[in-house]
Ligand binder design. Sequence first.
Ligand SMILES: Nc1nc(=O)c2c([nH]1)NC[C@@H]1CN(c3ccc(C(=O)N[C@@H](CCC(=O)O)C(=O)O)cc3)C=[N+]21
Ligand SMILES: [Mg+2]
Length: 287
Amino acid sequence: MARILDGKAIAAAVKQDLAMEIAQLRECGVQPKLVVVLVGDDAASASYVRSKERLARELGMEAEVIRLAADVSEVELLRQIELQNADDAVDALLVQLPLPDHIDTDRVLAAVDPNKDVDGFHPQNIGRYAMGSPLVWPCTTAGILEILVRSSVPLAGQTAVVVGRSRIVGWPTAQLLLAHNATVVQCHSRTKDLTEFTRQADILVVAAGQAGLIGVDDVREGAVVIDVGINRVDGRLVGDVDFDSVVAKAGAITPVPGGVGPLTVAMLMKNTVRLARLRRLTKGDER
Ligand SMILES: Nc1nc(=O)c2c([nH]1)NC[C@@H]1CN(c3ccc(C(=O)N[C@@H](CCC(=O)O)C(=O)O)cc3)C=[N+]21
Ligand SMILES: [Mg+2]
């Protein structure tokens, strides 16, 4: 049976470290502030945003949510972003995705001040992680590394297979694993004979958004399986990996829920603290 990698417990450890760090920062007169822009009233997005706001405050940071109607104009959204860019009290700014169809997501992400871009989605920051050393890694990618490191999974020289190439998860995760000297194969929806690749993986990261995509025959004995999928099936939350069968063959596996998800939110807080430090304490020297 695989070791279950408990995301909730790992996130709790991250939060404990962060609470101490934030208390120290506050003694130096720095209270990190996170601003989240939420457009529309999608229930899942609203619930994620509430958990981000709640955790930021719980850890002693300032948090603000700017709620805009689903039919807000792109111009008005860009204006709101400009206001936050210009506000010196704001360290970290994110626009919750997905955005409504009438808004150009790329233009919006490019409008965020790169030094406040806590998601790491600005083109300048994507360029930085292509070079292996961004200000922050995107939260889910950073969370995956946190799980691997805190579970003592070695990366250097290991074969890592990433299924999915989204800008939010798949692509940055492949870049991060590469930066840690894994041998990385990136698979996606057009990959021919996916199984042939996934069966090679010492570390298998699945971020395809397709329930049941990876079954027991797709996994190598003893592999570390990181399931990033969040799919609702019959009202239940499941990942992209068939947990019940794969758990018997893998060496370690993250559950859904309770795996990568809790780390995504915890790493958003860690990224916020890092941006606050860089912007307020190093005066740009480290950038
Ligand atoms: N600009 C932006 N940045 C994001 O980081 C971002 C985003 N937009 N849009 C949506 C995705 C999704 N995402 C998750 C956050 C927490 C959980 C999470 O806490 N999941 C819990 C379960 C939550 C539940 O029960 O619904 C778990 O897996 O245990 C999942 C997914 C952040 N995202
Ligand atoms: Mg299959």
